[in-house]
Design a protein around this ligand. Structure first.
Ligand SMILES: [Fe+2]
Length: 346
């Protein structure tokens, strides 16, 4: 496995690049905006294709690199379902899998530092964001933080992971790079408490100043950089209502770009085909499924995904491959279900 831990000195943030091997798909966790070029050149050097970028929560101390990485690499931006970020391609729930080829990360909802904090668990390691730090825990005094839910996330979830499991946090201010669940359980001063009240007492008396970047970072991280509209040309967007009207003609070919897990969870538009976003580039090549569909049904293909972000980027990819005339469902399945569009599960 390729595993790189990168550090932003300004915000003391750790960012992780993960891939199963050279030349394969990669995932990045908690990227920092200022270091996006560093990540991109690292990915280039290792011949990795960035497929997914995720934030463990909305950060208050730095601007996320998610939007910039999406704009450069057309990767899928991932956050937990409780996230207030407006522009995210994919939202994951508790106990779902974020996967790239050869690697899967299980989602664990660990609120307390913020109400949108998620940890991501691999076989031998866990990425805890700010829910659990080395020798500390994430503050609980803003962004809907709550010491009691932090206690619950720690003692009923994270600390129940195997003691030998490696712990990789989103920050460290002392130069530590890695710990284990067992070591923290024994030695982390915040965890040496008898009950939730004792823990809340510690957390409620930290008297920390707000992060310097907070007023800038939180709103910026909620909007995640540039608008997705940059990938869409005039006439390529279809609203859910328009799609509903045009659907009845039976001429349209709708292609669902989401992953299997999302389809099983949220259903899909009747009579639509399925090509996951990660396969679009390959399938648009001569002889690919998408190539065949476009040739058979020119000007009738509608791409859709969860929120309209992957489908917008796919329009750009397909255009680069030489095809025009495709459209996408603006707002994706979220807009479709809001407008009362029919959804099926089999
Ligand atoms: Fe944080």
């Amino acid at each position: 496995m390729i595993f790189q831990q990168l550090f932003d000195t300004k915000s003391s943030t750790y960012t992780y690049v993960i891939a199963s091997e050279v030349g394969r798909e990669a995932l990045i966790i908690d990227p920092v905006f200022e270091l996006v070029e560093t990540y991109v050149s690292l990915l280039d050097r290792l011949e990795l294709r960035l497929v997914k970028a995720l934030d463990t929560h909305i950060h208050a101390d730095h601007i996320t690199g998610l939007g910039a990485l999406r704009d450069i690499t057309k990767c899928i931006t991932v956050m937990g379902e409780r996230s207030g970020a407006e522009v995210v391609s994919m939202r994951v729930k508790e106990d779902e899998i974020v996967d790239i080829d050869g690697i899967g990360l299980r989602t664990m909802y660990t609120p307390g530092h913020t109400d949108d904090s998620y940890s991501y668990v691999m076989e031998d390691r866990v990425f805890t964001g700010d829910a659990l730090l080395i020798g500390g825990t994430g503050r609980t005094d803003f962004q809907n933080g709550d010491p009691y839910s932090s206690y619950d996330s720690l003692f009923n979830k994270l600390l129940r992971l195997p003691p030998e499991m490696l712990l990789f946090p989103a920050h460290d201010y002392k130069g530590d790079t890695v710990s284990t669940i067992g070591y923290e359980l024994q030695n982390n001063p915040r965890l040496q408490v008898e009950n939730a009240e004792q823990y809340a007492d510690i957390m409620n008396n930290l008297n920390l100043a707000d992060p310097k970047m907070m007023d800038i970072a939180v709103p910026a991280n909620k909007s995640l950089g540039k608008s997705i509209d940059q990938f869409v040309r005039p006439g390529e967007s279809l609203s859910a209502e328009e799609l509903c009207r045009q659907c009845s003609s039976g001429e349209l070919v709708m292609i669902d770009l989401r992953e299997k897990q999302e389809r099983l969870r949220d259903g899909w538009i009747p009579r639509s085909l399925h090509i996951p976003y990660a396969d679009i580039e390959d399938q648009a090549k001569s002889g690919g499924i998408l190539d065949q569909i476009i040739s058979d049904h020119p000007n009738c293909v509608i791409l859709y995904c969860a929120y309209g972000e992957r489908s917008a980027m796919a329009l750009d990819t397909v255009r680069e491959a030489g095809y025009d005339g495709l459209r996408h469902l603006a707002g994706g399945m979220a807009a479709w279900s809001k407008s009362g569009g029919e959804i099926v599960f089999d």
